[in-house]
Unconditional design. Structure first.
Length: 217
């Protein structure tokens, strides 16, 4: 099976299983989405959703958050990990949003990436899930699955993102990003499938007998 054929097969399975793709991080607007995505770095969406109600009760807008001190955020977001760094980033980016963008989240990926604590993946999530612009956020989980399915041989998430964008039309990117995440959690987790178990892995590589070892990003 050629790479393009594997891409088509994987997409068909994902489309069948996940007709709708609700955004997994609870939020009310693009600001709270930005903060939630920032918190999700090296943390599960479930844990973030457990933490954000208290955080957004403290401050749910850039205007209110800009007046807070990182020490006020720290005990709330501590369960998400990297709390000192994330606390500073949330306060600092809120201050920048007030100073430069009238408290609004900029609808520009390059401007988003300039904000403290906001990398390319976080900015891509906000652009796709918040503003609806075509983007293909790739984290370590999508990177691992794309390798298992033979859609990339990239050694890092940057190359994997480029490869996936070449394989799929822009109109599918935003939904496909979430479909892959959902499938990975349900059927192709790091421990639950070694590349020889789930429907997509076995469909793409029916003759694969040994566990597939992905290249770490």
């Amino acid at each position: 099976m050629l790479k393009k054929d594997r891409a088509i097969f994987a997409h068909k399975v994902l489309q069948r299983l996940y007709k709708t793709t609700p955004i997994p991080l609870d939020h009310t607007d693009n600001y709270t989405l930005l903060v939630a995505v920032l918190l999700s770095a090296q943390c599960t969406d479930i844990r973030v959703n457990q933490v954000t109600p208290a955080l957004f009760k403290l401050a749910s807008t850039a205007k209110k958050m800009a007046t807070k001190k990182p020490e006020q955020l720290y005990p709330i977001i501590k369960p998400c990990g990297l709390a000192p760094r994330k606390s500073r980033a949330i306060v600092e980016l809120s201050q920048i949003l007030m100073e430069k963008y009238n408290g609004e989240v900029p609808e520009d990926i390059e401007l988003l990436e300039e904000l403290p604590g906001v990398g390319h993946k976080t900015a891509s999530v906000v652009m796709s899930q918040g503003f609806g612009h075509p983007a293909f956020p790739v984290d370590t989980h999508i990177h691992r699955l794309a390798q298992r399915w033979g859609l990339t041989n990239g050694k890092n998430v940057v190359q994997t993102e480029k490869d996936l964008k070449k394989l799929y039309d822009k109109k599918y990117w935003n939904k496909l990003h979430l479909q892959i995440i959902f499938y990975g959690r349900e059927f192709c987790s790091a421990r639950g499938c070694d590349g020889t178990v789930c429907e997509i892995c076995t469909g793409c590589y029916p003759k694969r007998k040994k566990a597939f070892v992905a290249k770490k990003p």
